[in-house]
Design a protein around this ligand. Structure first.
Ligand code: ATP
Length: 346
């Protein structure tokens, strides 16, 4: 289902102060995609995701789901459309006194489904999340990852078209996070469910999202496909989130002597380019010796993104030719520190 926000603003008003949690936010989530919103604490992410199913009312602007403006619906119509929107949370929101089976079945009973249909759905979606054997367990007997799986099964049991995920992996360890992200990916593929998620973790975005928006102070400061945003980040906050995925630059560890008076370059590349031995080629074709100071490759949803900090040791002419060659392969080259003996190579 298509989700569109048109210039949505939200101001919280208390006796002492006024907080502009969202400022004219517009965004479009296409049917079937996984869309991630990343931002630091207080950026407005929770407010935004709660506004998508009108758990929070916007101060101005409107929200369309498949072309229907939610702000104009009657309470009954809104209840209808909310059935097509499931939600999962950081804290799982399970009933402690109910078994896994009851946690899924109870909300289904409120929808008027038959007893048989309810038990079929419980079976089906517990199997989808891999927890058939935990049907009679209580939440306290489950790990964090298992609790989130129950919450996902509960959301899926209503057969939604959209799943909203509010920091669903933030309370989980890295390994469990991976397995929940894999589950979200397979749900998206198998059932075609559109997923809108909020997170403060870049690894969540890079693992499963097709598109990403970066939020700061209630506004979207950057938006695009995962590859666009990774390969050409514009906003300082986006750059910081991406850099958080790379080890601290080796630059700070280098003394001027060790730099050998040569310029220090940052090479970044996405996709198939990472598989090509570019630096090996450079040393073959030109009179330069590449010296790798640091480097890392991070897996993205359908590609890889890599960053290498290198010096190309050689005379200016050969180094410039090598840089031109590297750029011609589609690798982005930035000069981090000009060499003492050189003017900029770029
Ligand atoms: N009900 C509320 N009343 C008053 N202010 C609120 C309310 N809800 C959120 N805010 C304020 O709105 C701003 C955005 O909050 P929001 O929770 O949406 O941010 P966030 O990006 O989700 O942060 P976090 O990850 O810490 O939850 C914050 O300054 C917050 O204090």
């Amino acid at each position: 289902m298509l989700i569109q926000l048109h210039q949505v603003s939200k101001t919280f008003q208390s006796n002492i102060q006024q907080v502009e949690a969202l400022r004219e936010v517009s965004l479009k989530v296409n049917p079937g995609e996984i869309y991630g919103i990343i931002g630091h604490s207080g950026a407005g992410k929770s407010t935004l995701i709660r506004i998508v199913n009108l758990l929070e009312k916007p101060t101005s602007g409107h929200i369309d789901i498949n072309g229907v403006d939610l702000t104009r619906l009657s309470p009954k119509e809104l209840r209808e459309i909310r059935r097509s929107v499931g939600m999962i949370f950081q804290g799982f929101n399970l009933l402690k006194t109910a078994t896994v089976e009851e946690n899924i079945a109870l909300p289904l009973r409120l929808t008027g489904l038959s007893h048989q249909e309810i038990s079929q759905r419980v079976e089906k979606y517990l199997a989808v999340v891999g927890l058939t054997d935990k049907k009679q367990a209580y939440p306290a007997q489950l790990s964090g990852g298992q609790k989130q799986r129950v919450a996902i099964a509960r959301a899926l049991s209503h057969e939604p078209k959209i799943l909203l995920s509010d920091e669903a992996t933030s309370a989980l360890d890295p390994e469990t996070t991976e397995s929940i992200l894999d589950l979200l990916l397979s749900i998206n593929r198998e059932f075609g469910i559109t997923i809108l998620l909020i997170t403060h973790e870049m690894n969540v975005i890079q693992r499963i999202c097709d598109r990403v928006a970066v939020m700061e102070h209630g506004s979207i400061v950057e938006e695009g496909s995962l590859l666009e945003v990774f390969s050409d980040p514009r906003h300082p906050t986006t750059k910081k989130f991406i850099n958080s995925q790379f080890p601290q630059s080796a630059l700070s560890l280098l003394s001027v002597d060790e730099q050998d008076g040569q310029p220090v370059l940052e090479l970044s590349f996405v996709g198939a380019v990472t598989d090509q031995p570019i630096l090996a080629e450079v040393s073959k074709q030109f009179q330069v010796s590449p010296n790798i100071l640091s480097g890392n490759i991070v897996p993205l949803k359908n590609a890889h993104y890599g960053k290498l900090i290198v010096q190309l040791l050689g005379d200016r002419e050969e180094t410039a030719k090598a840089v031109a060659y590297i750029k011609s392969t589609g690798v982005k080259v930035e000069e981090l520190k000009g060499g003492e003996a050189h003017a900029s190579l770029l």
